[in-house]
Design a protein around this ligand. Sequence first.
Ligand code: IPD
Ligand code: CA
Ligand code: CA
Length: 264
Amino acid sequence: MDIKQLDEFAKEIIFEAGKNIRAAFSYNIEIETKSNPNDLVTNIDRETELFFIEKIKAFNPDHRILGEEGMGETVNNLKGVVWIIDPIDGTMNFVKQHRHFMITIGVYVDGVGVLGYIFDVMREDLFNAIAGEGAWYNDSPLRKLQPVKIEEAVIGINANWVTPNTRINHEKIIELVQTVRGTRSYGSAAMEIAFVVSGKLDAYMSMRLAPWDIGGGVIIAKEVGAIATNLDGKDFDYLSKDTFLIANPSIHQLILDKYIEEKK
Ligand code: IPD
Ligand code: CA
Ligand code: CA
């Protein structure tokens, strides 16, 4: 397989999809809810996923697509070439803020991540990686992450996890929040991952993410030395939902050991 050619093709369709999404603001965006009133989807999420499926199948009909909106085939394993796609990550930002939403894609060959993309649609900013060759931000190489002390770290975390909840001991998270230099919450997992791989955040965690939220980002993470696991410190489960922590390598284990206590 010609990885460079695949990379060029992926970038081309990501930029085209981005252009289509930006144009969508000039006509009606139809908003629906999915699993709960805060789980949003729009006609643009679906149209964008369909756009990718059509383009990828025309490029190579053997490639399979695991997309958030489920418009491709059912994917139960990662054999062959699988594109893991979130057509819009941060749909709430898309409908409410008209910014801070990403297209994110990971291309896997027999379960191994080879190409990763996070594209900030409104800023037209691309974070991408080719496994083993490096990672880039708009064509400038991303550097390996430098060590950071926990007291100087800025972490991405949703405010829900410092309130009593069923998934995690929030007292420990309060301790974490009080220890670090600052916290941020951007409303797009892919954006927070893009910020960790480029050193704008030092960690990001979530209690429940899907493969398409992180499938592109973890490939970029590897190239800069960021560590991405679930909250048990194991590999993320790509065929279901899982907890997630991506961090600078100097604080990843410390966060798991000292501040994470899951309720199971
Ligand atoms: C969501 C965003 C959000 C994260 C949610 C995801 P969506 O993705 O990444 O930041 O907290 O868990 O589901 O639904 O906007 O693609
Ligand atoms: Ca998502
Ligand atoms: Ca989405």
